[in-house]
Ligand binder design. Sequence first.
Ligand code: BUP
Length: 458
Amino acid sequence: EKGTPPHLALFPCAGMGHLMPFLRLAAMLASRGCSVTFITVQPTVSAAESDHLSSFFSTHPHIKRLEFPLPPYKKSKFLNNDPFFIQAEAIGNAVHLLRPVLSCLSPSLSAIVADFSVASSVSQLASDLSISTYILITTSARFLSLMVYFPLLAQYKNTKNNAGGGNGYIELPGIGPMPVSSIPPAMLDDNNFFAVSISTNVSSIFKVKSILINTFNWIESEAIEALNSSGVAPHPAPILPVGPLESFDIEQASDLPWLDEQAPESVVFVSFGSRTALSKDQIKELTTGLEKSGCTFLWVLKASKVDKDDTEKVEDIVGESFLGRAKKKGIVIKGWVNQEQILAHPAIGGFVSHCGWNSVIEAARLGVPILAWPQHGDQRINAEVVEKVGFGLWVREWGWTGEKLVDGNDIADRITELMLSENLRARAKEVKEKARHARETNGSSERLLQGLIDSFKS
Ligand code: BUP
């Protein structure tokens, strides 16, 4: 109806890398006049997810929380021992249970924005209820291109040439050659939930109304154009690069007294995201690398995939002697930090990152150069974006997680290179400017988001 604000339901999947962009989009839609219902699956896998949800709803009381209790989980059919994947599978299987509650929401829904990982079952349900479905993609447009051409990958299955360092290339229309070594091995394994999830959900890309993605035109113009160009078949729904998504208000920003004392752009920030724990041996090499680089550092350490299991003390993981020697040089934090607040801090001069897409796009938005150290999933493809755009370094030979032990001396050299490079720093600042433009009233991303909201009203 004309005059009433559009009512949108947002449906994220498991893990902070999915939740964060959905919370950001929810806050942005609400501040632009939409009425928003946010679906939260219970229980969550990690404490970080449940903590963020409680704090988000207390600072955004106008956003409605729709709790979705997940039925007890049956055993996974696939090679799947990742609790986040197990949860994604369980959510996908349970979506139909939302039917009664979604059909009687008042005012009725204008649309549902779903995570790619649940897109197939959500679009099925939404179409039964005559509600339009949109997808929010939480990875890069470059990785989305690879998913769109998923059937093409069949020829690389059961080969070893996708191991790091392989020199084959796959030609994606409009994208150019992509190294086969960047395709995550899990994507080529029919028994792996990662591959199964993509093959189950990719058909929705062609059926939904449009696809929102947390990137912006300048940083990924090639992939966005290729995905949107009518000459390319198969032809997905229109791609709307509406990023970088803005941060939302939090209860309180944390104090960073130690960072406040450091010289501008002198500190390297190290984090491998919310669900990657390096092996003990690799952590040891990283301590050597940080120490030998001589740089001041802030390291967010994780020792297990799920935060609730992460009970070991910092000193037991990195060693008392390292911590003692590091006292003046850096700090190691275990537990959640506000990454955006850290990246925005003037003392930060570089970011050693696993290249989860949220981390890449936050570094782009805040102008911090990256030393890319992708570990699994979409991260090598995301690192390609960093490298192509030129605001970071990537040592391809470091391989996938666990593939080889990266030597501490090598790590030290690359950290030094990152922190000393004037070129990378200048390029990162340019990227930050472009990201800011995209978000201005007439910027590429803001216009698309506003256009989308207007389309719900007409
Ligand atoms: Br860890 C950590 N604080 O301590 P990615 C992460 N974050 O704010 P991931 C914090 O979580 P996927 C912390 O800023 C980003 O928004 C970070 O998402 C934030 O990686 C998000 O970077 C993490 O995409 O998820 O967690 O590996 O595997 O889905 O990419």
